[in-house]
Design a protein around this ligand. Structure first.
Ligand SMILES: *[C@@H]1O[C@H](CO)[C@@H](O)[C@H](O)[C@H]1NC(C)=O
Ligand SMILES: *[C@@H]1O[C@H](CO)[C@@H](O)[C@H](O)[C@H]1NC(C)=O
Ligand SMILES: *[C@@H]1O[C@H](CO)[C@@H](O)[C@H](O)[C@H]1NC(C)=O
Length: 366
């Protein structure tokens, strides 16, 4: 009898150790915010503070946009468009001027984690511009603000299997070296929607975290199982990065934008719309909060930014491009099931205190 008890105990201990080693803390979830169309006024910032978002990625912010986030506890990632690259690379005084007017006056009251310069740029001036920007920050004593860029997912192929994914020549090995040497992170937009619309063979369930339990794909080289397109894409980025790194090096991967449009034009796939957008976002949050990471990286992405806070009516291109907002302009959530507002927190999707449950069972048995 006591032997049986001992066995049970050992089994539980084993379970306990596996539940605690296979999950990590879930990554912070932020949101992409374009202040050009909706300047961050006090009520927007206080709604963001009350929301479940803990990070904000500000696109091309003005000094007053950055000031609006003073004392907010929201960590900022500032993103500058490609138009800054020529001047920053031409002279360090230009990046010094930008940092003096945009960062110095507000740091550390506005908490800025990083500046990303360039979006999908393959310009040879990118690296010199990043280097100048970094030396400007160091000169101003802003030692904890890192410098990075958003790399295009189009530079990665093949997508499957993820372990075989590599960058094309548009991503210089020196860029990866710069990021790893300066303790920075690798930023990439992970948009399963864009892949879904071009690769019609992808099942919709796989793209929106809604596949049935046996709907996985196995990477034949690693044996890892993929249950959603998001993980495939993140791990493809992870392998492409790791293939360019020196042995033993590690570079955190940040998902700089991910989402799903709530509407689109008639010529676009039927799966634009609120139903699928809500499925994607809900599935994404559940997946991130579960703390399982991706098949390749237990800690998954370092941070994840939902794209985007408000619909952008000024964006050119396909109709769907204007409908990625997760909040209406009156600051209520567009999706009932996942509104990020903090009002309906505790959807109960996680397993509260997984390890704690086992401890209680153990104590009871003993
Ligand atoms: C290489 O990557 C860039 C994006 O950085 C993309 O625009 C280009 O089409 C890719 N080239 C090839 C040959 O796939
Ligand atoms: C990177 O981080 C490590 C460990 O935190 C630190 O020792 C090192 O000085 C940092 N390097 C730079 C360039 O900031
Ligand atoms: C907010 O705006 C949306 C869209 O215009 C509308 O459907 C919703 O009822 C509004 N909510 C409140 C509380 O005003």
């Amino acid at each position: 009898m006591s032997l049986l008890l001992l066995h049970l105990l050992l089994l539980l201990l084993l379970l306990l150790s596996t539940t605690t080693t296979t999950t990590s803390p879930s990554p912070p979830i932020g949101v992409v915010y374009n202040p050009l169309h909706h300047p961050p006024k006090t009520h927007i910032v206080s709604s963001l503070r009350a929301s479940t978002f803990t990070r904000v990625r500000l696109l091309d912010p003005s000094p007053s946009d950055i000031r609006a986030f003073s004392y907010s506890n929201l960590r900022l990632l500032l993103s500058l468009p490609n138009s800054y690259i020529p001047s920053f690379s031409a002279s360090p005084s230009s990046s010094l001027r930008w940092a003096s007017s945009h960062l110095l006056p507000f740091h550390p009251r506005s908490s800025i984690s990083a500046v990303s310069l360039g979006h999908h740029s393959s310009s040879p001036s990118l690296l010199p511009a990043l280097t100048n920007l970094r030396s400007s920050l160091l000169r101003l004593g802003l030692l904890h603000i890192s410098v990075t860029t958003v790399v295009s997912f189009d530079s990665i192929s093949p997508l499957f299997p993820p372990s075989a994914a590599r960058f094309n020549s548009s991503v210089a090995p020196e860029l990866i070296e710069f990021l790893s040497k300066t303790n920075s992170s690798f930023l990439i937009d992970i948009q399963p929607f864009q892949l879904y619309r071009t690769q019609t063979s992808t099942p919709i369930g796989f793209a929106v975290f809604a596949d049935h339990p046996f709907g996985f794909r196995t990477d034949p080289f690693t044996g890892l199982r993929y249950r959603n397109l998001y993980d495939v894409m993140v791990d493809a980025a992870v392998s492409a990065v790791e293939a360019k790194m020196k042995k033993g090096g590690r570079l955190p991967v940040v998902v700089s934008a991910t989402g799903w449009p709530s509407g689109g034009g008639e010529e676009e796939p039927a799966e634009v719309g609120e139903v699928y957008a809500e499925m994607y976002l809900k599935g994404l949050v559940r997946h991130l909060e579960s703390g399982v990471g991706t098949p390749m990286r237990r800690e998954g992405a370092e941070e994840v930014y939902v794209f985007e806070l408000f619909d952008n009516w000024a964006r050119r291109g396909p109709e769907s491009g204007r409908h990625w907002g997760v909040w209406f302009e009156n600051l209520t959530g567009k999706y009932e099931g996942v509104d990020f507002s903090g009002a309906g927190r505790g959807g109960g999707c996680g397993w509260p205190g997984g390890a704690g449950v086992w401890v209680v069972v153990l104590v009871f048995l003993v």
